[in-house]
Design a protein around this ligand. Structure first.
Ligand code: FES
Ligand code: FE2
Length: 348
């Protein structure tokens, strides 16, 4: 698997990380333990004790430190062993890897490159639960498939017309009209107008609109999308420019999604979504989330089946179509940035 190491990967929802309770996740084949110390500090270490390789995520938080609960070695948040019960001498090598970790937009992010190079400015700007304008709900899903296949799916919405026929009831336009793709320094932006269509089922206003979905898909695999319905004629009037978002009259919704590669063939998918307070209420949000869960289950069936076919194909080759433009640009960017920061041998 080729992934960019110098990037922030979503490891958990903020809400799911209880103070004093270590949590385990594998990212790029590396087991990681994350915890909030007594003072509230966030820490991330290699989840593998130097003594006999027991997971530190089964350990106990003690003040700012974490104790392995197999034979009691005590670790500082920087990864160094500071106590070996019954032994005074602590070997130089008694140390596990420390990861840079950050909390923003309701996610806990782990930097998979050198901790010293961690750049908080590279954390994608998602919509968190602290955003007062939106009524969000969250979910997550584990994939028995490589994260790259999930990324590819999120970069090409032509599948909406087929995979999500039942859930999103997306119009055929998604398959027949190509969105505008803009290359960004660390990803792509995808803008797609669908003219003359009803607003989403949960929205308060009936009638026909020009609907826009506009999202950024950013390294390492984070989607941040805004959707809204505008008066008829807006798409035409805007040409290829962005509309004035304040002129949306119905169905304004956001969603943030992150795909985290765990192992060669597993990925964790974190997502939140919800309407703008002026465009929906809790009931609208719940109904939207129900549809999203149905839709993401549809993606999972298709992508895991695709993975099984790939794995049993001796020389798997693909044949891109024009709908793959965003996929191709993004995957080339991954190759370039991964090359600039070579993958460690065990997570190539
Ligand atoms: S394995 Fe951690 S103390 Fe023995
Ligand atoms: Fe999908």
């Amino acid at each position: 698997m080729t992934y960019v190491r110098n990037a922030w990967y979503v490891a958990s929802w903020s809400q799911d990380l209880e103070p004093g309770t270590p949590s385990a996740i594998t990212i790029l084949n590396e087991p990681i333990v994350i915890w909030r110390s007594e003072s509230g500090a966030l820490n991330a270490l290699e989840d593998r004790c130097v003594h006999r390789l027991a997971p530190l995520s089964l350990g106990r938080c003690e003040g700012e430190r974490l104790r392995c609960m197999y034979h009691g070695l005590l670790f500082d948040p920087d990864g160094k062993v500071v106590e070996i019960p019954g032994q005074d001498m602590i070997p130089e090598r008694a140390c596990v890897r420390r990861y840079a970790v950050s909390e923003r937009h309701s996610w806990i992010w782990v930097w998979m490159g050198d901790a010293e190079k961690a750049d908080p400015d590279l954390i994608p700007q998602a919509y968190g639960f602290d955003n007062p304008d939106y009524l969000l709900a969250k979910g997550q899903l584990d994939y028995a498939a490589e994260a790259c296949l999930v990324n590819n799916n999120l970069l090409d919405f032509s599948h909406l017309a087929y995979v999500h026929e039942k859930s999103f009831k997306a119009p055929q336009n998604f398959a027949y009209e190509r969105p505008k793709i803009t290359t960004l320094p660390r990803g792509v932006r995808v803008d797609q107008w669908v003219r003359n269509r009803p607003g989403p089922g949960w929205a308060r206003n009936g009638g026909l609109f020009d609907g826009l979905s506009s999202y950024e898909f950013l390294i390492p695999g984070v989607l941040v999308m805004w959707m809204g319905s505008f008066p008829l004629g807006t798409a035409e009037a805007c040409g290829s420019e962005q509309p004035d978002y304040a002129e949306a009259v119905s169905g304004v919704t956001v969603t943030s999604q992150a795909v985290t590669p765990m192992t060669e063939r597993t990925a964790r998918y974190f997502f939140s979504a919800g309407p703008h307070r002026a465009h929906g209420d809790d009931a609208a949000r719940d109904s939207m989330m129900q549809t999203i869960h149905q839709a993401f289950a549809e993606d999972k069936v298709m992508i895991e089946a695709q993975q099984r076919v790939i794995d049993t194909t001796p020389d798997p080759r693909i044949m891109p179509t024009t709908a793959d433009k965003g996929v191709t640009i993004f995957n080339q960017l991954v190759q370039k940035l991964a090359g600039a920061a070579p993958a460690r041998s065990h997570a190539a």
